[in-house]
Design a protein around this ligand. Structure first.
Ligand code: TXA
Ligand code: MG
Length: 314
C-alpha cells in the first residue's frame, strides 16, 4: 500500500515498461497509465488495499466509486450483468470512451463501488492500456490520475505534477487523443450520467432512441457529478467573446484567445486540448474567460467540464 512519500518510477512505452507496470499492478501497487481519454491511476480491483492506495494518493472521498477497466467486452460480461441495450452499446463503442454502470455479476471489494450494487466498467481503446490489462489479467480500478477535484491529466508530466511521490509508477504513453473522460451511461434504462468522449447523439443513434440526461443532479448516481469537480485554481467565466482587463482568454473558432481550443471550430480538437490548455492558463494565475462552445457532439462534455471549473467553491 502506498504510504507517505514513495519513489514514483517512470516507465517507458516499451514491452519492458508495460511488463513492469503489469507486474507492479499484480503486486498491489498503484500505476498511472494512459488511456485514449485521460491518464488513469490504476490498481488491481480485486485487492482492497491496493484500491485504498488510489483513494489515499488522490485524496479522494471513499464514497466516490471507481471505474473498472478490462481488456474486452467478453471479460466485461463476466463482471456485470448486461441487458440487451448495454451489450449493444458495448459492441458499438468498445474498445472506446464509454463507461457503463451495470449490476455487478461477481463480488469485488466494496471499496471499488463504494458499496453500490452497480459497477462502472470500461474497455479502453489505447493500445498500451489494452496490452497492460491483458497482461494484468485482473480488472483494474482506475479513476483519472489527478489529485481529487483537480483537472484530469492528459500527459505523464501532468500526472507527475499532481501525484509524484504519491504513486508507485507512471507508464508514459504521450498525450491522450480524446482528452476528456469517457461518457458514462447507466440506470435501469440507459441514462446519460456524464457526457464525455463519445457523443450522446452517437449513442442515441445506436440505441434508436433518445437517452435521458441526468446532469447536474443533486442525486449522485455518478458522484463525480458533484458540481465543483474539474477545478483549476483560477476563476473561470464562460461564453466570453472578449477578455476583460486582467483576464486571459481561451478561444474557440472565430474567437481567438491567448490560447485557442480549435481555431477551425473542431470540437474533437477542442476536447483534446481542453485540460492541457486549462493547466497552461491556470499557471498564469489570472482569471480565465472562455469563448462560447456549442452544445453538440463533444461540446456537451467540454461545456460540462467548463461549468464545473466555473462553479463557485470554497
Ligand atoms: O475516461 C475515463 O472515464 C477515465 C479513464 C481513466 O478511464 N476515468 C475517470 O474516472 O474519469 P473518474 O473516477 O475520474 O470518474 C468516474 C466517474 C465518477 O464520477 C464516479 O462517481 C462514477 O464514474 N462512477 C463510478 N462507479 C460508479 C457506480 N457504480 N455508479 C455510479 N457512478 C459511478
Ligand atoms: Mg476524475
Amino acid at each position: 500500500m502506498t504510504q507517505g512519500e514513495v519513489t514514483t518510477a517512470q516507465l517507458s512505452a516499451t514491452a519492458g515498461g508495460i511488463a513492469r507496470a503489469a507486474q507492479l499492478l499484480r503486486a498491489g501497487q498503484t500505476v498511472a497509465f494512459p488511456t485514449e481519454t485521460v491518464y488513469g491511476l490504476g490498481a488491481d480491483a480485486t485487492q482492497p488495499e491496493a484500491v485504498a492506495s488510489i483513494f489515499a494518493a488522490k485524496n479522494r472521498p471513499t464514497f466516490n466509486p471507481l471505474i473498472v477497466h478490462v481488456p474486452s467486452l467478453d471479460v466485461a460480461s463476466e463482471w456485470v450483468e448486461m441487458p440487451e441495450w448495454a451489450a449493444k452499446l458495448g459492441r458499438a463503442f468498445w474498445p472506446g470512451a464509454l463507461t457503463l454502470v451495470l449490476p455487478k455479476a461477481q463480488a469485488l471489494p466494496d471499496i471499488v463501488t463504494a458499496g453500490h450494487s452497480s459497477l462502472a466498467i470500461r474497455v479502453p481503446l489505447h493500445p498500451l492500456a489494452r496490452d497492460l490489462l491483458t497482461q494484468v489479467g485482473r480488472p483494474v480500478a482506475a479513476p483519472s490520475a489527478n489529485p481529487s477535484g483537480r483537472v484530469s491529466p492528459t500527459t505523464a508530466a501532468h500526472v507527475l505534477a499532481g501525484l509524484n511521490g504519491r504513486i508507485n509508477a507512471v507508464l508514459d504513453g504521450g498525450a491522450c487523443g480524446v482528452g476528456v473522460e469517457s461518457t458514462i451511461i447507466g440506470g435501469d434504462t440507459p441514462t446519460l450520467l456524464r457526457p464525455g468522449g463519445i457523443a450522446v447523439e452517437d449513442i442515441e443513434r445506436v440505441l434508436g432512441h433518445r437517452v435521458d440526461r441526468l446532469l447536474h443532479s443533486d442525486n449522485p448516481i455518478a458522484p463525480g457529478q458533484l458540481t465543483s469537480h474539474y477545478a483549476p485554481q483560477a476563476r473561470l467565466r464562460k461564453d466570453a467573446v472578449t477578455a476583460e482587463p486582467g483576464e486571459i482568454l481561451l478561444g474557440f473558432g472565430p474567437v481567438t484567445g491567448d490560447l485557442t481550443l480549435s481555431a477551425s471550430g473542431d470540437l474533437t480538437e477542442a476536447a483534446a486540448n481542453l485540460f492541457g490548455h486549462l493547466r497552461t492558463l491556470d499557471a498564469m494565475a489570472k482569471p480565465i474567460a472562455v469563448a462560447p462552445i456549442p452544445y453538440e457532439g463533444l461540446g456537451l462534455a467540454i461545456n460540462d467540464r467548463l461549468d464545473r471549473a466555473a462553479a463557485p467553491r470554497d
